[in-house]
Unconditional design. Sequence first.
Lengths: 217, 217
Amino acid sequence: MKQADRNTALREQLIDAAERTIAENGLAAVKARDLAREVGCAVGTIYNVFEHLDELVLCVGSRTLAMLEAALAVPSPSRHGSADEAVADMVRLALAYLDFAAKHMVRWRALFEHRMSEARPLPEWFVEQQHRLFAQLERPLKALLPELDRNARRILARTVFSAVHGIVALGLEEKLVSLPLPDLAGQLAATVRAIAEGRDELRAIDRGDRPADPRRS
Amino acid sequence: MKQADRNTALREQLIDAAERTIAENGLAAVKARDLAREVGCAVGTIYNVFEHLDELVLCVGSRTLAMLEAALAVPSPSRHGSADEAVADMVRLALAYLDFAAKHMVRWRALFEHRMSEARPLPEWFVEQQHRLFAQLERPLKALLPELDRNARRILARTVFSAVHGIVALGLEEKLVSLPLPDLAGQLAATVRAIAEGRDELRAIDRGDRPADPRRS
């Protein structure tokens, strides 16, 4: 085996090992020493094939994002001929997200818990993969709010995702709400529908509406 | 000083020390050994005045909740004579929450990162304090959706809070969205207004709307 091939093989083994660790015990359990022992290499060798441990963790995150992408996909994307179809698609995405998070709780949580060390920026390829996921939410938003420019729509997609994520994350933590999953799904779907229904409020988002002047409405 | 007074004083010192640690370095930095050294007691003595370290961390959380309660309070609570007033109050609460989180990021984050060890339930007094906070959001929801029964309104208040929390948490993490604070505030306020505007969707939340049947809308 050539050195390049050996490196590729070692990378995959290390990602596999880190993936198992994260899926079973979460992000905090990922230690270079344990991973090296598991795949039978020296600790230092890890840094021949990964720039840093963050890169390895992001490779696992990338697999999680790919799983999520598959879970959110539909065989043939709807064309959103009507607003109702667009709303139904947003609800479908939100419920599929809840379903994915509930099924893959530990590795899904790891996606959000991970922070880059030393204030390193996220690598471009990872950001790109996130963008592809958000594009799924941008599509129905485009049908609902066709007058928004692309940048405004992108920001809004992230805001709507964040709202959905909050309901899913706190709901599954059962910290504030202890609801059976179907009830949580009902709350989530209704909130997404309410946001879509009240979308006139999202057309022109006022940037001057700052916390410093909370009484403004 | 009587033993009971000494214990009370030691509790306060330990809470102060844990509070400083959490506010500066986050939850992971809280170690019984360091706290004991800081207040000058034996490690074991901590467990004379606290049932477990979780109780101590919750006491710090309780101070954070009290600060948040003060930040969300208004001199004279509005009576929500109109739907517009109720919506404005919801927006005010959401923006005050964002403002608080931005100002007290580390200790606010600790509130949500903390999980009870050994699957202990949250103590009743802490749950009560959370309830008081949610009551602030239940008030405008009552004005907007007077036909909801108390339980449905309580669940909905938690759902709306979770959506707000998601926008604040992911927005401040700058993981998905990197927006200046005023823009984030604009996104948050518009989303809360949209939810309020689309509130017909929240009147009768369908419990059967489960992820297993995502095409139902």
